[in-house]
Design a protein around this ligand. Structure first.
Ligand SMILES: *Cc1c(COP(=O)(O)O)cnc(C)c1O
Length: 426
């Protein structure tokens, strides 16, 4: 058995300080049970907890760590930048450099603004879309996650295209009264929502990863683009996860759909707090001080985050994505073999180096089918894997990630552990 003495003691102290003992809810292991691990150190593909147990990390800080932990170039960039000052509240050259690198990778982001989290990026993009179109209502996908701004914390009501209900205590009905919820991969529901409302924008993860990983159906994103054009609404791609994960140009390049606004976070910050929103130049003209939509931040464009982001983007060439995809294919083949051998009904869903193993008999195409997955079985699988030194997302409806620090034998270790774990939970 893993030793957990130090983690358990730390968790006791943390519980006295932080709600649930954590500073972001899903870290508390509520969805899988047990005491969360306290991590002490990461290097490459591996993390060590406070008790000295080591794990191969397939969570990657929920997506940012595409180079793995403590990449030497990223660490060097942060160190040398920190020696010259960590924040100025004034413009620096690095903002221009990172902005230009992002625009070169994603030409739809003609102009942009840096913020400090994905939540700020989506919240601000939505505000810009409303300011630009002069409309209030927007369409959000059921089970899509865009951070924790009030208007975006809406849950689906009954029916196919529904007005949002507050998805959290403390969110007023007024805050979500202009949020229309439709299921993913459902063109008819989206058409109905457009027909019945004056829509400012659709905000969508082009490859949803917060209901587990769910690829878009053939032609779906194109159809969303067409509806936005037909109704003069803006298309906002939330690429906080997919940006720089599924390719240098994100999902918009992979699927050939150009959004009006894009939100980035996670990878682009190289493991430091960073978000970005941007898009068509004329739309970004709405943002203060050029336009009337207010948006600001003391630490926006933070030098350390700029340096880390630049260091990461420099290493993400086509060879890097080919390598990530090859590792992803190896994992997929191995897991599918392990599933077949075990007789456990499950779906391994993957785009490049992002994946979810759904304990479900049918493919998962939207939030309703995602919720039919067997979360109890996932919880048992998670703990069997953790005990075998494999660190996975501590919830069924989340995505795992492979990094460039993973080697073939790390993938094979994942598969070998899965064979044992699947036999145990069968
Ligand atoms: C993580 C995430 C966010 C929120 O980003 P934070 O940095 O956690 O605020 C928004 N959208 C998507 C798709 C995400 O995965």
């Amino acid at each position: 058995m893993r030793k957990t003495v130090v983690s358990d003691a730390l968790f006791e102290r943390a519980r006295r300080l932080f709600p649930g003992g954590v500073n972001s809810p899903v870290r508390a292991f509520k969805a899988v049970g047990g005491t969360p691990v306290f991590l002490a150190r990461g290097q490459g593909a591996r993390v060590w907890d406070a008790d000295g147990n080591s794990y191969l990390d397939f969570l990657g800080s929920w997506g940012p760590l595409i180079l793995g932990h403590a990449d030497p170039d990223v660490v060097a960039a942060i160190e040398s930048t920190a020696r010259r000052g960590t924040s100025f509240g004034a413009s620096t050259e690095r903002e221009v450099l990172l902005g230009e690198a992002i625009r070169a990778a994603m030409p739809s982001m003609e102009r942009m603004r840096f913020v400090s989290s994905g939540t700020e990026a989506t919240m601000s993009a939505l505000r810009v879309a409303r300011g630009y179109t002069g409309r209030h209502r927007f369409i959000k996908i059921d089970g899509g996650y865009h951070g924790h701004a009030d208007a975006l914390l809406a849950a689906a009501g009954s029916g196919v295209a529904t007005l949002g209900l507050p998805g959290s205590a403390g969110v007023t009905p007024g805050a979500v009264q202009d949020t229309i919820i439709v299921p993913f991969n459902d063109e008819e529901a989206m058409e109905a929502a457009f027909a019945a409302n004056q829509i400012a924008a659709v905000i969508i993860e082009p490859i949803p990863a917060n209901m587990g990983l769910v690829p878009p159906g053939l032609g779906y994103l194109q159809s969303v683009r067409q509806k936005c054009d037909a109704y003069n609404a803006l298309l906002i791609f939330d690429e906080v996860i997919s940006g720089f994960r599924v390719g240098r140009g994100g999902a918009q390049t992979l699927f050939g759909v150009r959004p009006d606004l894009t939100c980035l976070g996670k990878i682009v910050g190289g493991g430091l707090p960073l978000g970005v929103f941007g898009g068509q130049s004329v739309i970004m003209s709405e943002v203060a001080p050029e336009g009337p939509v207010y948006q600001a931040g003391t630490l926006s464009g933070n030098p350390l985050a700029m340096a880390a982001g630049l260091a990461v983007l420099r290493k993400l060439d086509q060879a890097a994505y080919d390598r990530l995809d090859a590792l992803g294919r190896r994992l997929e083949a191995g897991i599918k073999g392990a599933l077949a051998a075990s007789g456990v009904a499950a779906q391994f869903q993957r785009v490049g180096s992002a994946f979810t193993l759904f304990f479900s008999a049918e493919p998962v195409t939207d939030f309703a089918s995602a919720k039919r997955a067997d979360t109890g079985r996932y919880a048992r699988f998670f703990h069997e894997m953790l005990d075998r030194g494999i660190y996975l997302p501590p919830a069924q409806l989340e995505a795992g990630f492979i990094s460039l620090a993973h080697q073939e034998n790390d993938i094979d270790a994942f598969v070998a552990a899965s064979r044992e774990a699947l036999a145990t939970i069968h």
